[in-house]
Design a protein around this ligand. Structure first.
Ligand SMILES: Cc1cc2nc3c(=O)[nH]c(=O)nc-3n(C[C@H](O)[C@H](O)[C@H](O)COP(=O)(O)OP(=O)(O)OC[C@H]3O[C@@H](n4cnc5c(N)ncnc54)[C@H](O)[C@@H]3O)c2cc1C
Length: 416
């Protein structure tokens, strides 16, 4: 019998980890990993942190050593885009006209920055931050000191602002929300992050959007909706991302889960799309989540890291039910944090530890149960936070907020 071919479209973190899992689970057929970028798979978090600041080597961003793919007989094809899928014929087309047959296909095409739709957005000196190539350009800009306008106080904008400030640039952050990430985390945690930036000398222009970029060929100023004029040498825009669903949608695969427009490629809990034999993982996938009993799309590193391998096991016919609690981390200046949960709404946010001291755990509560938790400069507690969420047990707020009560004691079954 001829060996099977598993194709992975998107040489990303999720794609590379899926290829690794296939080999580690004994798959001895062809594994073809195709990526549009010229690079072998790499991780993006360092691109707003140590790598951007020139504090870590390029080699450290890659998912695997350069010879890994050859050693494991993974056919890595870089600089090549998958342009079409034919689910009936089980083939994919690559740019340049090549066609490949597959027995199973995994889509890990990720997401791309949302462009900002304002006058002057096409001027030189306005950058987005997604790829290693974007980062290399920005690294050079950060060498020149000067003044940068950061549009968007989400995680990408905030981390870029922190790194630029650490390198001594003058930084202005502009965001229509009154507080950073206010919609996701509420006023208390949003206020904490605003203050962190202000304390480090960032000018925070909040509650105002960008009306226009202006300049003669290259951006020289940003005009805000509150009438402020921000002079700058360059600008970085981080106003969110859009999943790259085009390839799947063109092939007739279900996208959107009925939740919102363009909300990802719909999969079941084993990460299989509406087309049998085609799977999706990472930023792209709107996957049925058995714990939350809804489709969710998670735009974080840990999701790509874990969902890729889960999809690989599903491709091999193993029993898979991807039910990890969403998790992400962020580092800004000397403030490191981890967040777990998926909380669209909550009743209150309570704190263990002092926000002023910069070491605390914030808990989002709904109906007296923990639905999200963020540990800031407090470590080795995230698993307990996840256990609390998963337990769905009402918590005693006094004990939850008391630093002397071990968190794991709140997770344990109450004694009869
Ligand atoms: C600068 C930056 C910093 C981040 N920091 C953090 C952090 O601190 N913490 C955290 O939790 N998360 C962070 N994230 C988010 C995290 O990196 C992403 O969730 C993760 O990269 C998603 O991985 P993915 O495998 O889904 O796909 P992606 O990383 O989006 O990669 C998809 C790849 O597929 C390729 N591709 C697309 N279409 C095709 C096609 N048709 N054919 C072939 N190839 C194609 C693309 O070129 C790309 O290389 C950060 C993201 C960025 C951009």
């Amino acid at each position: 019998m001829s060996k099977q071919t598993f194709v992975i479209a998107g040489a990303s973190l999720a794609g590379a980890k899926a290829a690794q899992e296939l080999r580690e689970h004994g798959f001895d057929g062809r594994v073809v990993l195709i990526g549009a970028e010229p690079e072998r798979p790499y991780e993006r978090p360092p691109l707003t942190k140590d790598y951007l600041r020139g504090e870590s080597e390029r080699e450290k961003v890659y998912v695997h050593a350069a010879d890994y793919y050859e050693q494991h007989e993974i056919e890595l094809i870089t600089g090549t885009t998958v342009t079409a899928i034919d689910p009936d014929a089980s083939t994919v087309k690559l740019d340049g006209g090549r066609e490949l047959s597959y027995d199973r296909l995994l889509l890990t095409t990720g997401s791309e920055p949302r462009p900002i739709p304002v006058p002057g957005a096409g001027l030189d000196g306005i950058y987005y931050m997604r790829s290693l190539a974007d980062c290399d350009v920005l690294r050079r800009r950060l060498d020149d000191s000067g003044r940068v306008a950061v549009v968007g106080a989400g995680w990408i904008g905030s981390e870029f602002a922190a790194s630029a400030r650490q390198l001594g640039l003058e930084v202005t952050v502009i965001d229509p929300l009154v507080l950073p990430n206010e919609r996701i985390f509420g006023a208390e945690v949003g206020g904490f992050y605003r203050d962190v930036h202000v304390e480090h000398g960032v000018e925070m222009l909040l509650g105002q959007g960008v009306e226009a970029f202006e300049g003669d060929g290259a951006v020289a100023l940003v005009r805000t909706s509150a009438g402020k004029v921000v002079e700058c040498d360059f600008a970085v825009v981080g106003i969110g991302i859009t999943p790259r669903t085009g390839l799947a949608a063109d092939a007739g695969l279900a996208v959107d889960a009925g939740l919102a427009v363009d909300n990802g490629v719909v999969t079941n809990e084993r990460l299989e799309t509406s087309a049998p034999g085609i799977f999706a993982a990472g930023d792209l996938a709107s996957a049925w989540h058995p714990f939350y009993e809804q489709h969710i799309r998670v735009e974080h590193w840990a999701n790509a890291l874990n969902q890729g391998p889960a999809a690989a096991r599903a491709m091999l016919g193993e029993d898979v039910s991807y039910d990890r609690i969403p998790y992400f981390f962020s580092d800004q200046y000397d403030v490191g944090m981890e967040y777990s949960g998926y909380a669209a709404s909550w009743d209150e946010v309570v704190f263990r530890g002092e926000r002023e001291g910069g070491e605390f755990i914030a808990f989002w509560l709904s109906d007296g149960r923990v639905v999200g938790g963020m540990n800031v400069n407090v470590w080795d507690v995230n698993q307990h936070v996840q256990d609390l969420i998963r337990s769905r047990r009402p918590v005693d707020v006094a004990a939850l907020t008391d630093p002397d009560t071990p968190l794991d004691s709140l997770v344990a079954e109450p004694t009869a």
